[in-house]
Design a protein around this ligand. Structure first.
Ligand code: ZN
Length: 236
């Protein structure tokens, strides 16, 4: 997925090169799908997207609302509730006695310094902020490692809170990765990282793009298949 920033908001788009003579745009599954002839550059397409800012924004907002409603019933927040973390199922434990949020790896337990009377919202906020902290460190580490191994250079990394996409890359090399990727095993995380790194050289999803993903991460198919079956936003 490509992304473009307009007036401080980030929108997803994808590019397919075609034999048509003009640039066509449709909104589908959370992103603008652009079909354009080869001789129209990515920066020309970006300026068309900017000129259609109102349409782009309206379609994205509608989509976000629909997704929100579709995914509403999900994560429970109480003592003993389970949570996906790095491909494992971990349990939440409320323990007023612990000093800070503590991860007990061998029991896959997340201990939260809260009393049994804590509200679902307090539990969620504390768990979310711990998960986001983990995501920042782990996603950045995977991105740096795969970039270095494959000789690719991105310009910037940030954690994204997007509702409709796992990752994105701008033409100037800014890679955003969704903090909710932290629920998945490393093979899924590495696939998304390799996908976005591949967009540094190839903006579309042509066979050349998938060859590029394969040269960054040879066994990417497993992670790709796993994330395709996942709902977009299961940690709430
Ligand atoms: Zn993509």
């Amino acid at each position: 997925m490509l992304s473009i920033e307009i007036n401080g908001e980030v929108f997803g788009w994808s590019l397919t090169r075609s034999k048509r003579r003009t640039v066509g745009m449709v909104f589908d599954a959370g992103a603008i799908r652009v079909r354009a002839p080869r001789w129209v550059s990515v920066s020309e397409i970006e300026s068309i997207l900017r000129s259609k800012h109102r349409w782009v924004r309206a379609r994205h907002l509608e989509w976000r609302d629909q997704e929100q409603r579709r995914l509403e019933p999900a994560q429970q927040w109480h003592d003993g509730a389970t949570l996906p973390f790095l491909g494992q199922t971990c349990s939440i434990r409320l323990l007023a006695g612990v000093e800070r949020v503590t991860w007990v790896a061998d029991r896959a337990e997340l201990l939260l310094p809260l009393s049994g009377a804590a509200s679902a919202e307090q539990i969620r906020d504390m768990a979310h902020s711990w998960l986001q902290q983990q995501a920042k460190g782990i996603l950045q580490e995977r991105l740096e490692t795969l970039a270095e191994q494959s000789g690719r250079a991105f310009s910037r990394f940030s954690l994204s809170h997007a509702k409709t996409r796992w990752g994105s890359c701008t033409v100037d090399g800014h890679i955003r990765l969704n903090w909710r990727l932290i629920q998945f095993s490393l093979c899924v995380i590495d696939y998304v990282v390799a996908h976005e790194l591949a967009h540094l050289r190839t903006m579309d999803h042509s066979p050349g793009f998938w060859a590029e993903v394969g040269s960054i991460l040879p066994n990417f198919e497993e992670g790709k298949a796993l994330i395709r079956r996942a709902p977009l936003e299961p940690i709430r």
